[in-house]
Design a binder for this molecule. Sequence first.
Ligand code: ADP
Ligand code: MG
Length: 394
Amino acid sequence: MLPKKTVKDVDVKGKRVLVRVDFNVPLKDGEVADDTRIIAALPTIKYLMRQGARVILASHLGRPKGQVKEEFRLDPVAQRLSDLLEKEVTKVDDCIGEEPKKAISQMQEGDVLLLENVRFYAGEKENDPQFAKELAELADLYVNDAFGTAHRAHASTAGVAEYLPAVAGFLMQKELEMLGQVLESPQKPFVAIIGGAKVSDKIGVIENLLDRVDTLIIGGGMANTFLKAKGMDVGRSLVEEDKIGLAQELMQKAAENKVQLTLPMDAVVADSIESPTNIKTVPVNGVPAGYMILDIGPQTAKQFADLVKKAGTVVWNGPMGVFEQDAFAKGTEQVARALANSDAVSVVGGGDSAAAVKKTGVTERITHISTGGGASLKFLEGKELPGITALEDA
Ligand code: ADP
Ligand code: MG
């Protein structure tokens, strides 16, 4: 992917700048329950304020399905943003039309305004040109800082760029730089760790990485399908029977590409996920009848950690087990710690993986944790992201 122009490459002073941010935050009792995404957008917002721009923010929140739904209004976000900026943020109750236009006409340089949820209009997800045009009418320049929705061709993420000069914000730029570096110029050895529930969610990622990595580590529920493809009996573990052939092909491709493909050697197994009465650690070829693999075992975690230690670049997507349950979270935590302790460039993609890193308390020691779940996967698949393509090349 070509490098993109950023806010630093354009003159923003006095301009009305429409910034697409990802303020799709969890709410609880009418307040923001987790402001990570708001904080992630602050560098771009503060920079634009300092430069004397009139900062107009747009975001979606939840799934209002093209209608005004009270519970998806962005007022709680405006409140939290005001607190974080220590400056009043004007919130308007629409994202196009007269109300925002009037409020924008009254903005001073350095002021910040938040538009209402763009998904209150069906035209947002449909990428309706008329709706995109009406958004564009509010501003002189468009900045996309919402990497988390860059894989969607919506009006506020892609369509609007047809009508305004369009550049990347700092968060977007960092994602492009880090994920781009992983795919295009990784420090060797390049190790990828892929986990999560299903092979079917990650086929594209595995295929793309097999052309690039030195070592591919597979863990989590998806490893079961690979183990079964190697003829092992994995008991009642989650297996995608219709992906066993694919697993064989991927293992063959790894061999052809001289990629070391590593599967778990031991596992934590139990008779139930929610209310296990028996939990054991067994070799993967010794899963007792009636048991399920729910985490990687300690020997596997050690082997994975050793591979991470020797790596120049590590990319990780997908937990090693059912980490939501403490009994099955150790493998995932150990992998998170291995990344934190390594000197490698470490990049984590995927919503659950990022949550696992946070839970382990090592966020600060990871080189880059992507803010986009689906978007980071699409990027690692080597696919084009419409929200990025729409931006001007540097
Ligand atoms: P990410 O969001 O980081 O891309 P995924 O959504 O692909 O990760 O995978 C996370 C899910 O995988 C978690 O809900 C976890 O419980 C599940 N999972 C991991 N290992 C297993 C397993 N052995 N059996 C069943 N589910 C698993
Ligand atoms: Mg997930």
